[in-house]
Write a protein of this length. Structure first.
Length: 461
């Protein structure tokens, strides 16, 4: 075959074929007596194989390296297998990045703002070319996330909505200057797959800036939160920051709603229902601001002892806080089996029939007095229990659990078939210790929980 026919059948152009020859990917072809290059079917198949390898993410340099090593050894070496596994990890990372992009776009599409001048969503920020609103809204509504936030935007209350958007019961929340805290949060959230460190840090800094400017500029600031752990920690953060800035926001903090006996949070209310809560807003008193700052400091301390005292004694100015703190302290490994509260509920859920991460999550939620955890953070706990030779959970095929989303596949992970291992059943019965089997390395606010600190004298649970 002549060069043009080969290129057409392989789906490349002639210059690409020539380039492959110059790179050494294709051997020098034989020539006819006339001097023209002559190619065969093997060349067509080889070109198609190169294009397929490129389509799944391999560069020409990687393809050349693989082919050279294969020619030398005659079979794939262990080093090549390692390279292939690394390429799979790279592809998984790209997939996770695309999912994050999709989620962010979905949030923008779902935003119910009626004015780019006041909205705090990413689309409005971009439309303003990174500028803050020239004419601040008369009211700034601050709430836990975009679910309640978008419903607030649909109300007749007006104003701008700011979602606090931080999972403070996960990862380090260390003592120190605010800038250091935001950097620590950005590092942690980026490491969990929620975006680039720079983008997350920028979003956290922009959130703080909008909040503080509203407080200092005389804007009516209203904090909309509920009773669960996720919200109560965000409320502490917002109140402590307001106290530091000399501001006094108003609050709407609820643990119930008329006609909803199973009330779990603001996100389940519609716009009309949220509007009915407006008359109950109350200014945060100096006592409430002082109490919030004191508990926030205890939460960020390396020693959870002070936090345990607040949980036991209660905080009269913040009546929904103590139960949330008690639930937080359940995340300290238990002296009996080394399990956190979430881990124990996860194993219990699987034991009684929650045979996929999705169904186990729903079953574990039913074991909570005030559900506070999103499914992806629950999946992350499962992954920690499902890795290593001493894992407590595994797939029905007997394999370790893969990375949880957003680092892993958000479509596949929730439907994996799960089972407890022998060690998992022993731990659940109190016959073995999770920390001794798997170790532990996580944070509870400012407290770094390791095998050594988990076994320190005194039980704060």
């Amino acid at each position: 075959m002549r060069v043009g026919e080969v290129a057409e059948r392989a789906g490349v152009n002639v210059e690409t074929l020539r380039y492959y020859e110059r790179r050494g990917l294709l051997p020098e072809p034989e020539r006819a007596p006339s001097g023209h290059r002559r190619y065969d079917e093997e060349t067509v198949r080889f070109l198609r194989a190169i294009k397929e390898a490129q389509a799944v993410g391999f560069t020409l340099a990687e393809i050349a390296e693989y082919l050279g090593a294969a020619r030398r050894s005659g079979s794939p070496s262990e080093a090549l297998r390692v390279r292939m596994a690394a390429k799979i990890d790279e592809i998984d990372s790209r997939i996770a990045g695309l999912r994050r992009m999709r989620d962010e776009l979905a949030r923008v599409v779902g935003c119910a703002c009626d004015s780019l001048d006041h909205c705090t969503c990413g689309a409005a920020y971009l439309a303003r070319r990174g500028r803050q609103p020239e004419a601040p809204a008369a009211t700034l509504h601050v709430t836990n996330g975009e679910s309640a936030g978008n419903t607030l935007r649909r109300t007749a209350l007006g104003g701008a909505v700011l979602a606090w958007q931080d999972v403070l019961h996960e990862g380090p929340v260390p003592a120190g200057p605010r800038a250091s805290l935001l950097r620590a949060r950005a590092d942690f959230l980026a490491g969990c797959g929620w975006g680039s460190r720079r983008a997350i840090l920028s979003a956290l800094e922009r959130r703080d800036r909008q909040y503080l400017e509203a407080l200092r500029g005389g804007t009516e600031v209203v904090l909309w939160f509920e009773h669960d752990l996720y919200d109560q920690l965000q409320l502490l953060d917002a109140l402590a920051l307001a106290r530091e800035a000399g501001g006094s926001p108003e609050q709407i903090v609820v643990d119930a709603f008329p006609g909803r006996p199973g009330f779990r949070g603001l996100g389940e209310l519609d716009a009309d229902e949220l509007e009915t809560l407006w008359p109950i807003r109350r200014a945060a008193t100096p006592g409430a601001l002082d109490a919030a700052a004191a508990v926030w400091e205890a939460f960020r301390s390396p020693d959870p002892g002070a936090l345990a005292r607040w949980a036991d004694e209660g905080v009269p100015e913040l009546p929904l806080l103590a139960p949330a703190l008690r639930r937080l302290l359940e995340e300290v490994p238990s002296p009996g089996d080394g399990l956190s509260g979430t881990e124990r509920r996860a194993l219990q859920a699987i034991e009684v029939g929650g045979d996929t991460p999705g169904t186990a999550f729903l079953a574990a939620q039913e074991l909570e007095e005030a559900p506070f955890q999103g499914d992806t953070w629950f999946y992350r706990v499962l992954t920690e229990l499902g890795r290593g030779a001493n894992r407590l959970v595994e797939t029905r095929a007997g394999d370790e659990l893969p990375p949880a989303p957003p680092l892993g596949d958000g479509q596949v992970f929730p439907v994996l078939r799960l089972r407890l291992t022998r060690q998992g059943r022993r731990v659940l019965r109190g016959e073995a210790d999770r920390v001794e089997l798997l170790g532990v390395d996580r944070w509870l606010g400012g407290t770094h929980i390791t095998p050594e600190t988990a076994r320190a004298p005194g039980d704060v649970r």
